[in-house]
Design a protein around this ligand. Structure first.
Ligand code: NZQ
Ligand code: ZN
Length: 387
């Protein structure tokens, strides 16, 4: 196990009707709040009214900015920064999923910066200050509710890039599984894949002696595998929704990566897909992750065989670990398919003509991944494996 320091300061408020307490928690951090949300689901399903009522009850002054699109765009972030300055905002409340939260985080760092907020995403500026933010989560997926990162798309050049800093970790996140009853099955499944991907990016490591985090990761994966089909069959299964929602946060709050090297190549490879073709991040991962696994598994057959055995209950064949390892990858792909996810670029309706460009962009700052280092040629092969 490697040395590590771990501190996750996001307060989690979990359970039924907890969004009604948002005013109380917001009042601990700000007086003038920017309420940030997406394309309208929160208004359609009543979350907006509950949140606003709670803010008003707590005597909080607010302005609002809706319209965050999935794969959130830089232009709305820039508009949000202007609005926040004009209104002298001191707190941002994100009501929605990863896209809304990431947009709020980008506004929070841009607020204090004189230059273009995109500079942070190009690593040309360092984050030294950010407005505090809070979250009412409506979709378990990205884990942004307690992560220190934000992913934004710049349409000019189709760049999807991320920033990371403890300063943008939300102060609190309200997680009511009831708010996720209204998710379309496709979004639920995208979320399940993203959660699994966040666990697997950490699971496939070269670090030895990481038994606790291996086993935590395996149980988190098993929890998603067991509960996703349940919520797809019954959207209002509270118990199963609760398991998924809490796993989604645990998957990406840093705990499962403690003491071990993490990989993140599949995310980098996927971000080029959602950056250029605007596909849902989870759907892109369902295509890329198995293709990545097929490319790298020979590197550590034992680890892949352990994954097959402990996560997918495949009896290990000690005389043929490659076969066991391969079965685990096959099961992963079959599971993604069984929950309605695409598992090939063809199913995602992504043509072959820009694979080289995407491989170049994904590696423009050098090799990616750490389980196996991937150069441009390797990334291109993974895209080709995913066809
Ligand atoms: O916009 P509205 O109308 O709200 O609809 C959303 C959106 O269309 C809908 N939705 C959300 N909650 C709903 C609902 N529909 C019905 N009922 C509800 N309760 O779902 C759609 C997807 O929302 P989005 O926020 O885009 O989903 P997700 O949470 O998967 O976020 C994806 C973004 O997060 C980034 C991804 O790259 C992508 O841009 N990520 C952020 C990370 C981070 N900051 O730590 C890590 C992740 O790896 C990921 O890269
Ligand atoms: Zn992700």
């Amino acid at each position: 196990m490697q040395n590590f320091s771990f501190q996750n300061t996001t307060k989690i408020i979990f359970g039924k009707e907890t969004e009604k307490e948002v005013g109380k928690y917001t009042a601990q951090h700000g007086y003038k709040v920017l309420v940030h949300y997406g394309g309208g689901s929160i208004k359609k399903y009543g979350t907006y009214t509950k949140v606003i009522n709670s803010l008003e009850k707590a005597g909080i002054d607010y302005v609002e900015l809706g319209g965050v699109e999935p794969n959130p765009k830089l232009s709305l972030v820039q508009a949000g920064i202007e609005l926040a300055r004009k209104e002298k905002i001191d707190f941002i409340l994100a009501v929605g999923g990863g896209s809304v939260i990431d947009s709020a985080k980008a506004i929070s760092v841009g607020y204090f910066y004189d230059g273009d907020v995109w500079d942070f995403f190009e690593a040309e500026a360092k984050i030294t200050e950010a407005l505090p933010i809070g979250v009412v989560l409506t979709i378990p997926a990205a884990g942004s509710e307690s992560s220190g990162s934000s992913v934004i798309t710049k349409l000019d050049g189709m760049y999807k890039r991320s920033i990371g800093s403890n300063l943008i970790r939300p102060k609190f996140a309200i997680l009511n599984p009831e708010l996720t009853f209204t998710l379309p099955n496709y979004q639920t499944a995208c979320g399940a894949v993203d959660i699994m991907a966040h666990i697997m990016e950490r699971y496939f490591t070269n670090t030895e002696d990481v038994e606790l985090t291996d086993r935590l990761a395996e149980s988190a994966l098993k929890t998603i595998i067991k509960n996703t089909p349940k919520v797809l069959a019954n959207n209002e299964d509270y118990a199963a929704r609760a398991e998924i929602m809490w796993t989604g946060t645990i998957a990406h709050n840093g705990l499962l990566g403690t003491g071990r090297e993490e990989d993140w190549a599949s995310h980098g490879i996927e971000h080029e897909l959602s950056g250029i073709y605007d596909v849902a991040h989870g759907a892109g991962l369902a295509v890329i992750f198995p293709a990545w696994m097929n490319y790298v598994y020979q590197h550590d057959l034992e680890r892949f065989a352990q994954f097959a055995h402990r996560v997918w209950d495949i009896e290990p064949d000690f005389k043929d670990l490659e076969q066991t390892a391969y079965q685990g990858i096959k099961k992963t792909k079959e599971f993604f398919s069984s929950i309605g996810m695409p598992v090939s670029l063809k199913e995602l309706e992504i043509p072959e003509d820009r694979l080289e460009e995407m491989a170049q962009k994904a590696t423009e700052n050098g090799e990616i991944g750490s389980f196996v280092n991937l150069d441009t040629k390797a990334v291109l092969e993974i895209y080709q494996n995913a066809l």
